[in-house]
Structure formats: C-alpha cells, structure tokens
Design a binder for this molecule. Structure first.
Ligand SMILES: *[C@@H]1O[C@H](CO)[C@@H](O)[C@H](O)[C@H]1NC(C)=O
Ligand SMILES: *[C@@H]1O[C@H](CO)[C@@H](O)[C@H](O)[C@H]1NC(C)=O
Ligand SMILES: [Zn+2]
Length: 437
C-alpha cells in the first residue's frame, strides 16, 4: 500500500518536534568489536602494536566527545594510546583507566581453537589469547562510554576520564608504563585515581586487588675447595650450596604451611621457588666430569614479596641464613620494580574510609547489582606498581565473575554474556568516579 503524502509529512513533523528515541545499545556490535581486537596479534615476542593502536584509535574516534593522542614514552616502535573523555571541571584530578596492549605468546597446537581467531562457540565462549588478560577491559572501557553517551547524550563527566593503552606490560613495563609515568604528558593528566587490570573470579563476586607482590630474582652462590670425586672433605661448594638450599626449602615450607592452614592467602606470604641449579665441570661432550667436585655452585630463586613484608629484614635473613659469608656464600638480588612509594610507604591502596575513592568504587558496583569479594593482594605483578609508587590510589579490577582463571593458559576464553555484564559494570563505575566531587 502506498502511504498518502500527508502521512509522510506527519512523520517528518513528528520526528522534528519530538525527542529522538534513544537508539538501543547494540550488544552484538560490541562483541564483534571485541573479537576484532582479539584478532590483532599482539602476543610477544613480536606484538603488532601499530595495528592495535590504529584499531583502538578509530574505535575511540567513533564515539562522540572522545579525543585521542599517540605517545611514544620510550621508543618509536612502542606506542601508547591515550583516550580522553573531557570533564567539565578540569581543575579536579582525573581518572585513569588502563589496559596493556600486549599479551603473552600462545602455542596454537595446544589450543582447541586457533588463539587469534576469536572463535565464538554456540555456548557463547570467545576463545583467544588476551580474552581475559586483558583485551576485554580495553574494549569494555570504550563500549561503556559509548553506551553512557548513547543512553544519556547530555551526560558530561565532572572529572576528566582518560584511558591508557600501554605496551610491554607482560615484559615488565620498563619501556611502557614505567616510562610513561615519568613523562610530562603523564604529569599534565593530574591523575587522582587509577584503575588497572585484575583477574577472573570463579564465584558470583567480583575480585578487587589493592596491592601486587614484588618480584626479586635471587641468585645465591657458593665457592669451596675443589677436589677429586673420590675424596671426602668438608666445605665443598656443593655442600655449602646444598646447606642453603635446605634452609630456603624449610622457609618455603613454613610459608606454604600458613597457606595450607588457611591462615594467609597465597599472595600474602613470601614465596621462594627454586628455578635453577648450576654447577659441575663440563666434560666437553655435553655431560659433566664425574670425578670432579666443582669449586663453584649456584641456585636461582623466584622470590615474591607481599607489600606487608619489610624488604630490609628479608635481605638481612638472606645474608645471615640463606647465603652466609661464613660459609663462603654470596648473593645477588635483582629487584624487578619498586617496593615502596615516594614517601617510603608500602605499595598498598587503602580499602577503608581513609580512601574516598574506595567508597565510590564499591558503591558503583553495588549500584548495578554487583558484589565485591574481600580485597586481595595479587600474587603476581602488574603496571599498577608504577602508579602506587607515585602514591596514586590504584585498584586492579577486571569484571569477570563465574569464570575460570585462564590468563596465560591454553584455551583462554571469555563468555560473551560476561563481557557484556562487564560493560554495564564500567558504565556505573565511570559515571560514579567521574561525577565524584
Ligand atoms: C671458605 O673459603 C676459605 C678459602 O678458600 C677456606 O679456607 C674455608 O675453609 C672456607 N670455609 C667454608 C665454611 O667453606
Ligand atoms: C586504612 O587502611 C590503611 C592501610 O591499610 C591503614 O594504614 C589505616 O590505618 C586505615 N585507616 C582507618 C581509618 O581505618
Ligand atoms: Zn595482564
């Protein structure tokens, strides 16, 4: 049936005079943008940063009111994308949301779907390296702002909200976040609160992290009299080293017992895991001389310190008990990152009333029906430490509940509905944080 002309005119009149209906949020489009980002190969050792940055840049530019800048904190091959949602009161401190662009490598033969295909199965699981760590939050931040503007075109944040997409987190951040926080561009952001990646939760509650453990690479070395393999004598390098290995093993056992007894969480104790042993006189054919006791021996440990531990006390223990000079032992510690902030305080963000951001963050999650579990220390390390070092309140948070923890694992995936729930959570968080005066 051909509609009469007056009908068309009426429609035109109505559409010009009545408020525009709010277009529906397109969840399927959000999911395909997530899949497209997952398909960009940003795994080490050759992360494709330039494709990822141009993808995120055009995604941000497709959202009204967002501005972008590409920075190069260290070298021209390691870009950092900064997205800005300007607030109405630039004199207030800003909010910075962070996601790292890179991911760890994947072994395709061990995966049920190719790790860069972002296959979505019938039950909604999206398989890809980075699906949990942490490309989900990269897209969720932008989709949340897109939805906020879509559903409330007049919403203007009071505080400015920035999103940083940084390189190299998985390899320590030395050419990424560590350099960025030292730049004048960073200082100009005047950041008051920082939100970084967290981890999946296997329960119905979201997890939040207020500190990271700090890694130390510890090498202990022993020297001693060399000798024929047939001789029995005291104080060989091997004997000296093995005495230390026993002492460290005992310490490790005591710490682990606290975890097993439920007294402390894994991330609340000091871990000291033996990662290599090195000694022996090479015989030239790839083996070792069996009739020689070597004059040097060493052991390497991955040591992780919770922020509650006094690093000087642990160093004293290492010097006196783990590698005593009286037993001809020496040691070397490489600290992989800061342990204390610029005021000498432990790198922890308060989760009580002394930190006003905590209440705003917590209430924003409650407001959209979410629940938080008891704040935790992260067992491993993220870029968050560089912000805590500046004394900036920082939480680690990735909204993935009822989800197996698959970061760095084979078959990493995230369920589509979990991804979409996370966007809702960030809509609430971003609105609340940016409206907090
Ligand atoms: C330490 O080394 C010195 C010099 O080689 C040696 O005389 C001494 O017995 C060694 N002590 C121990 C405990 O290994
Ligand atoms: C809040 O927590 C911090 C760090 O955990 C602690 O030092 C401080 O005493 C607490 N303040 C209050 C008011 O409970
Ligand atoms: Zn990560």
């Amino acid at each position: 049936m051909v509609k009469p002309i007056w009908y068309t005119l009426l429609l035109l009149f109505l559409s010009a005079t009545t408020a525009q209906p709010v277009p529906p949020v397109d969840a399927e489009a959000s999911i395909s943008r997530f899949q497209n980002y997952l398909r960009i190969k940003t795994a080490h050792p050759h992360p494709d940063y330039s494709t990822a940055v141009s993808f995120l840049d055009s995604l941000a530019k497709s959202i009204p009111n967002l501005h972008t800048r590409t920075l190069y904190p260290a070298t021209p091959d390691k870009p950092l994308l900064l997205v800005t949602f300007p607030g109405s009161n630039p004199s207030l401190q800003s909010i910075l949301l962070n996601s790292h662009i890179d991911s760890v490598p994947a072994e395709p033969s061990k995966w049920s779907h190719p790790p860069f295909s972002a296959v979505r199965t019938d039950d909604g699981n999206i398989f890809a390296r980075g699906a949990q760590d942490d490309k989900c939050i990269a897209i969720q931040y932008l989709e949340a702002i897109r939805n906020i503007i879509l559903t409330d075109p007049h919403f203007t944040p009071i505080r400015t909200v920035h999103i940083s997409y940084v390189p190299d987190e998985e390899i320590g951040g030395l050419h990424g976040m560590a350099k960025f926080v030292e730049s004048k561009e960073f200082k100009q952001l005047n950041v008051g609160f920082f939100l970084d990646e967290g981890q999946a939760s296997t329960t119905d509650q979201y997890r939040v992290f207020y500190a990271d453990r700090s890694p130390w690479n510890l090498v202990i070395k022993a020297v001693g009299m060399p000798g024929h393999g047939s001789r029995m004598f005291d104080n060989s390098a091997m004997e000296n080293l093995m005495k230390s290995v026993e002492v460290v093993s005992k310490f490790r056992e005591n710490q682990f017992d606290l975890v097993k007894a439920g007294v402390l969480a894994n991330s609340e104790v000091i871990s000291a895991n033996l990662v290599y042993l090195k000694a022996g006189i090479p015989s030239g054919d790839g083996n070792f001389a069996m009739n020689m006791q070597p004059s040097e021996a060493e052991a390497g440990y991955d040591v992780r310190l919770p922020p509650t531990v006094d690093p000087d006390l642990l160093k004293k223990r290492i010097g006196e008990e783990w590698a005593p000079a009286t037993r001809n032992m020496s040691y070397d510690i490489v600290e992989k990152g800061p342990l204390r902030d610029y005021m000498g305080r432990p790198l922890m963000t308060a989760t009580n009333d002394s930190n006003p951001w905590w209440s705003v963050f917590k209430d924003a999650i409650k407001a959209c029906g979410g629940e938080l579990s008891k704040p935790e220390i992260l067992s491993s390390t993220t870029d968050a430490r560089y912000l805590r070092q500046l004394g900036i309140p920082t939480f680690g948070f990735s909204p993935m509940k009822n989800t197996p923890i698959l970061l760095h694992d084979h078959n990493e995936y995230l369920k589509d509905s979990t991804f979409l729930e996370g966007i809702k959570i960030y809509e609430s968080i971003i609105k609340s944080l940016s409206s907090f005066e």
